[in-house]
Design a protein around this ligand. Structure first.
Ligand code: 7TS
Length: 409
């Protein structure tokens, strides 16, 4: 990567005020971006401006602030529509986040699922893409089936092909694994599902911030992600759905905003997207996610990917030279996430020691316990990179890991 391009990333870093601080007397090195990204000034200011100038409730009054709040909320929906290339604004539902989006689908789809129907997920799913389906199976008598992976952390596509049958009703797959960094071939997975009329759900929690997403090209039925992993605020997320299926499934929650007419005898429901947005929504969160999309659109996304992968490769190269290290997740199609374990050392102990050097990584099972069972490990140390990280931070990470190994031996 050219020096000029590296300079551009230094300037991007300056947009993130939180990074300019000391932790335990050392410069903060934030490498927990898969858990949540930090927020640029533009996002923080958009939320502040909204509360200082425009806040009211939405869709309710004729007064000026209510009109402004409604416009701010609906403008954010337009931004998400364009971000995902959804055919319509009303196919974008605001939720609390990825977990909420999956729970919405798994609950609202109940009446379409019958006893002995099969639901497919993969062995690398986050708990939020496992447990809601287990509960759906409990309610309906459907059966949850797990598509296996290989040691590199890649889905076994031939096994998946063999598993899809007339019994299969739905498949829910992670686009980019939070633990392994694997980018799954979701285009192929969706195509195979479509040829059997299987409903497709894509967990884009990790992907949306790193890869361009085009839901029309993918042709998935549902795509979901969280605001806080794409430089936006917590408490807001997105559910994209195909119109036909969103109309066919039941509402998720019931109350204000999602109704057309209520009498004590009978209630009729509102049209999309309001049918799925009961109650006062997270208006400031929507404003924040809109600002985070503007921020992403201001970047050269291909260059960002190239930069993040240069950090990944630089770190991986040095990590692989450490005695006793085992990298978890070696797919040839990966994003900038590295998980590893070191012989005889608990991931938490390594994480605790390197925090003394101001370095934030995540340690543990990363909400993928069945995946930890597959690799027969209690957890990993995970470093996940973003556009505001740099190569000198990785040098410090490697030094800190070497120090931790010395101390723990
Ligand atoms: N799916 C994936 C692939 C994820 O990585 C996460 C969060 C979720 C779903 C749930 O998203 P939420 O915003 O509803 O919580 N992953 C992580 C992580 O890896 N570390 O902390 C949260």
């Amino acid at each position: 990567m050219k020096a000029k391009q590296k300079k551009a990333f230094e300037r991007i870093r300056e947009e993130f005020p939180i990074l300019d601080q000391k932790i335990n007397g050392e410069d903060l090195i934030y490498l927990d971006n898969a858990a949540s990204t930090q927020k640029p000034k533009a996002v923080i200011n958009a939320i502040k401006d909204y509360y200082e100038n425009d806040h009211s409730n939405v869709h309710r009054g004729v007064h000026t602030l209510s009109v402004r709040a409604t416009e701010a909320y609906e403008n954010a929906r337009v931004k998400v529509t364009e971000f995902l290339n959804s055919p319509n604004n009303h196919q974008i539902i605001f939720t609390k986040g990825t977990t909420d989006s999956i729970n919405l689908i798994a609950t609202s789809i109940t009446s379409l699922i019958n006893e002995n129907d099969e639901i497919l997920i993969t062995a690398m799913e986050h708990h939020s893409n496992i447990v809601p389906w287990q509960e759906l199976c409990k309610r309906t008598g459907a059966v949850l089936k797990i598509i296996p992976i290989n040691e590199n952390g890649e889905i076994l596509i031939d096994d998946y092909k063999d598993m899809v049958s007339a019994k299969t009703k739905l498949i829910s797959v992670v686009h980019l694994s939070n633990t392994l960094g694997t980018i799954n071939p979701i285009e192929d997975i969706i195509k195979i599902a479509k040829s059997h009329d299987v409903i497709t759900v894509i967990d884009g929690a990790q992907a949306a911030g790193h890869l361009p997403i085009d839901v029309q090209q993918l042709d998935c039925d549902f795509y979901l992600f969280s605001g806080h992993k794409i430089f936006g605020p917590t408490g807001i997320g997105v559910l994209y759905g195909k119109e036909e299926i969103l109309n066919r499934i039941d509402p998720y929650q019931y109350g204000g905003e999602m109704i057309l007419k209520v009498t004590f005898e009978k209630t009729t429901y509102n049209s999309l997207p309001h049918k799925f947005e009961a109650g006062t929504p997270n208006i400031a969160g929507a404003v924040g996610i809109g600002a985070s999309i503007d921020f992403i659109n201001s970047l050269d996304r291909d260059l960002c990917h190239e930069y993040e992968m240069s950090l990944h490769d630089y770190a991986l190269n040095q990590l692989e030279q450490i005695d006793g290290i085992r990298i978890i997740g070696k797919s040839s199609h990966k994003s900038a996430i590295i998980s590893f374990v070191i012989d005889g050392m608990h991931p938490h102990d390594i994480g605790t020691i390197i925090n003394q050097k101001g370095i934030a990584v995540r340690t543990g099972h990363h909400c993928t316990m069945p995946l930890m069972d597959f690799y027969e490990i209690p957890g990993t140390v995970r470093a996940s990179f973003s556009i505001y990280n740099n190569h000198s931070e990785i040098d410090k990470l490697i030094d800190a890991i070497k120090l931790a190994i010395k101390m723990l031996k």
